[in-house]
Design a binder for this molecule. Structure first.
Ligand code: FES
Length: 247
């Protein structure tokens, strides 16, 4: 395939950025999107030019490091991570625009890399349990209803990639927080801090500059793990109970 890439280039956090056009040839439909960028970078390095900076780690859809806005969509045209997007989703002759996540709380570090430590600070504010687990307990010692276990597991699938924020017109991180609150709040071990957790996480979310949720649902549609919008309802219920002292 022969493609025209229009890529956001920005030398550093305070530098001005611009879209730069790069033609690329010989792209196989079996390549992942990141492998296609690797090929471009090899060509740029061979020409003595600065390669395009982008994040990745596992390249298996697990770690949440990768994330690009491709043709205006977080992670591109398929519901998957950027590393699991393949070039067969595009056609010969296509023009593809590639930008970093766009959100005040995710400032651009360089080119396509953004600083997502705001998510880390939200987790530090309350996305954990402090129960001393000790040695591995008997699996049947704490019974968890199957529906609760399934819902906790669904929340635990969030990889913290930030696509929800990038897709949301309000740049809200509520799907991310809702997934974490649901994951921990459905399990017995998560109960002692359940209500303090949601208050601290929401306060940190707002302090980081993320926007509020207006139920548009773009976050859930872009989520590579299919986290449903109702985790936000669960988080809001816990928040309301915490604020009203009704728990
Ligand atoms: S690089 Fe790990 S999820 Fe994409």
């Amino acid at each position: 395939m022969k493609l025209t890439l229009k890529i956001w280039r920005q030398g550093g956090p305070s530098a001005d950025g611009e879209m730069v056009t790069y033609p690329i040839e010989g792209v196989s439909e079996d390549m992942s999107f990141l492998e296609m960028l690797d090929v471009l970078n090899e060509e740029l390095i061979a020409k003595g030019e600065e390669p395009v900076a982008f994040d990745s780690d596992c390249r298996e859809g697990i770690c949440g490091m990768c994330g690009l806005v491709i043709n205006g969509q977080a992670h591109g045209p398929e519901v998957t991570t950027t590393c699991q997007l393949h070039m067969r989703s595009f056609s010969d002759g296509d023009e593809i625009s590639i930008e970093p996540w766009r959100a005040e709380a995710f400032p651009v570090l360089k080119d396509l890399c953004v600083d997502r430590t705001s998510f880390d600070r939200i987790i530090q504010a309350g996305g954990y349990i402090s129960a001393n687990t000790g040695a591995a307990p008997d699996a049947a010692a704490t019974l968890v209803p199957k529906d609760d276990a399934d819902r906790a597991f669904m929340g635990a699938e969030c990889i913290g990639c930030g696509a929800c924020v990038a897709a949301c017109p309000n740049a809200s991180g509520m799907l991310f927080m809702g997934a974490k609150v649901t994951h921990l709040g459905e399990l017995p071990q998560g109960q002692p801090e359940r209500y303090a957790r949601v208050v601290s996480m929401v306060d940190q979310h707002d302090a980081e500059g993320f926007g509020g949720c207006t139920n548009l649902g773009e976050c859930s549609r872009a989520c590579p793990k299919g986290i449903p919008l109702n985790v936000i309802s669960q988080m809001n219920r816990d928040l309301q109970r915490a604020k009203l002292g009704k728990h």
